[in-house]
Design a protein around this ligand. Structure first.
Ligand code: ZN
Length: 435
C-alpha cells in the first residue's frame, strides 16, 4: 500500500514553497485569455511537466465560443494637471478585466459611470470583469472615488481584444490504470491570492509529490481559465471524461478559515465520502455544503450531461470571506501554515483513494486466532498510524468482498489510516487477500 504521509517539518517547508510560488505569480495580470495566462503556465511548467494547449478564438465549445484574446500594456487616468491618479502599474486590479481600448478626455460624471469601488470596504480595490460584454472601466478605493474633484480626466487603456487563443495547461501523472483522479483550478484571476493563486500552488505541490510514485489511478491536473476553460476542456475531451472516477476543484486553500467541502452533484460519491471522513476524523470544525449550480468549475464537471464525481475542497468558500475579489485577497491573507494544512488534507484524500480497496477475509469461519500470529498488541505498521485490535476485527469482519476499506472506516468510526494499517498487517499475515 502506498503511504502519502508527510512529516510536519516537510509540510511546513512545502507551505513556504507554495507561498513563494504565489508571490512569484502575484504580480502577473491574468485574465481568461492572453499573455498573463501564458506567463503563468510558463512558471507552472518550470515546476511540473505541463502540456500546453492554445484553442483559437471562435472555436465552438458546446453552447459557448472561445472569446477574443485580451492583452493589456498600460492603463491610467490623468487629471487636468497631468497627474496620474489611477495607474494599472500600481495594481492590475485597477483595470476592469477585459476592458476595451480607450483614449479620451471625459468629465467627472462620465468617468464615474466607468468607476467601480466598494463602499463597505473603502480602502480596498474591487476586482471586476466584463468578459462577454464589451466595456471599459477602472476600479479604485471608495475613499479615492469620493475625493475626486470636478475636472477633465484623460483616460487611457492600451489594451487589445483580437483574434487569438485560449491557453490552458494540463499535467497527467500516469498510474497503473487509466481511471483518473481530476484536480482542477482556474488560472484567470490577476493579483488575487486565495482565489485563486493558492489553488495553483497546491496543485503544483501535489503533482510534484505524486510524480515518480507507483499509483493506482492516473492523476490529471488542469490549469484552466474559469468557466470557459472547463467548458473547453470538456468539449475537447468528451469521450475521455468518463475516465474521471474522483475529482476536486482546488480553490481558496490558503486563508486561515475552517475547511469547507462542497459535495459533487451526486452527493454520495466516493470522493464526497472520502473528504467528509477525513475532515471528520481531523476533529476540527468544518463546513459541509450540498452541491449548488454556482461557484467554480464544478458547475461544468457536474452539469447533467457529465455528472462527474467532482466536489470542491476549500477553506473559506466562494464569496464567503470579506477579502474575496478585492485587493485585500493578497499575500498577507494566505499563510504558509494554512497552505501546508490544506496540502496535508489533500494528501490524505489521495492516500484514501489509492488505498481504498475491497478485500476478502481468508479465514471467514469464526475469528482467526490473532495472538499466535503476533497481531494482538502489535505496534503500528506505519509510523503515524498504530493499528489497534478493534481495527483488525472490523477489517476481518467486513472484508467479505462487498465492503471497501472506506466502508469499514465509516462503519467503525475509525480513521482510515488505522483501518489501512490493520488491513496491511492482515495481508502480511495471509489473512486477507484482494477480491
Ligand atoms: Zn473568483
Amino acid at each position: 500500500m502506498i503511504d502519502l504521509f508527510e512529516t510536519k517539518p516537510r509540510l511546513s517547508e512545502r507551505g513556504q514553497q507554495m507561498h513563494g510560488l504565489i508571490g512569484e505569480l502575484y504580480p502577473i495580470c491574468r485574465s481568461i485569455t492572453g499573455n498573463g495566462v501564458r506567463r503563468t503556465l510558463d512558471i507552472i511548467g518550470r515546476n511540473i511537466p505541463l502540456t500546453r494547449h492554445e484553442v483559437p478564438t471562435g472555436t465552438r465549445v458546446f453552447d459557448w465560443t472561445v472569446p477574443k484574446e485580451w492583452n493589456i500594456e498600460e492603463a491610467w487616468v490623468e487629471n487636468s494637471r497631468g497627474e496620474r491618479i489611477i495607474d494599472f502599474r500600481n495594481n492590475n486590479l485597477h483595470v476592469l478585466n477585459y476592458s476595451t481600448p480607450v483614449n479620451k478626455t471625459v468629465n467627472l460624471a462620465e468617468l464615474k459611470q466607468h468607476l467601480h469601488s466598494l463602499p463597505d470596504h473603502p480602502d480596498w480595490i474591487p476586482y471586476r470583469t466584463s468578459y462577454y460584454k464589451e466595456n471599459w472601466g477602472f476600479c479604485l478605493s471608495h475613499n479615492q472615488l469620493q475625493s475626486l474633484p470636478e475636472d477633465n480626466y484623460r483616460v487611457v487603456i492600451d489594451a487589445s481584444l483580437t483574434d487569438g487563443a485560449l491557453s490552458y495547461g494540463e499535467c497527467l501523472i500516469p498510474g497503473e490504470t487509466e481511471e483518473e483522479v481530476l484536480f482542477s483550478c482556474h488560472i484567470c484571476h490577476p493579483s488575487l491570492c486565495n482565489d485563486n493563486l493558492s489553488g495553483i500552488a497546491l496543485m503544483v505541490q501535489l503533482a510534484r509529490l505524486l510524480r515518480g510514485k507507483t499509483l493506482r489511478y492516473s492523476y490529471r491536473f488542469l490549469f484552466i481559465p474559469g468557466t470557459i476553460g472547463s467548458i473547453t476542456w470538456l468539449a475537447r475531451n468528451e469521450a475521455q471524461a468518463a475516465r474521471i472516477k474522483h475529482g476536486l476543484v482546488v480553490v481558496c486553500v490558503g486563508d486561515e478559515g475552517p475547511f469547507t467541502y462542497k459535495k459533487s452533484r451526486q452527493g454520495n460519491a466516493v470522493i464526497d465520502r472520502a473528504v467528509q471522513h477525513i475532515l471528520g476524523q481531523e476533529g476540527g470544525h468544518f463546513e459541509l455544503i450540498d452541491f449548488y449550480p454556482y461557484g467554480y468549475d464544478e458547475r461544468q464537471y457536474c452539469s447533467p450531461g457529465f455528472d462527474l464525481p467532482v466536489g470542491s475542497l476549500s477553506r473559506s468558500s466562494h464569496g464567503c470571506y470579506p477579502e474575496y475579489h478585492t485587493s485585500a485577497d493578497n499575500l498577507e491573507l494566505v499563510k504558509p501554515h494554512s497552505l501546508a494544512e490544506s496540502l496535508a488534507i489533500y494528501l490524505q484524500v489521495v492516500d484514501l483513494l489509492e488505498n481504498n480497496s475491497t478485500y476478502i477475509n481468508q479465514n471467514p469461519k469464526c475469528e482467526p486466532q490473532l495472538g499466535k500470529r503476533g497481531l494482538y498488541r502489535a505496534v503500528g505498521a506505519t509510523a503515524h498510524h498504530a493499528f489497534d485490535e478493534m481495527a483488525l476485527l472490523w477489517v476481518l469482519n467486513l472484508s467479505d468482498g462487498k465492503h471497501s476499506l472506506l466502508d469499514i472506516a465509516e462503519r467503525a468510526g475509525t480513521p482510515f489510516g488505522k483501518i489501512k494499517a490493520a488491513a496491511n498487517a492482515l495481508i502480511e499475515a495471509g489473512l486477507l487477500s484482494h477480491e
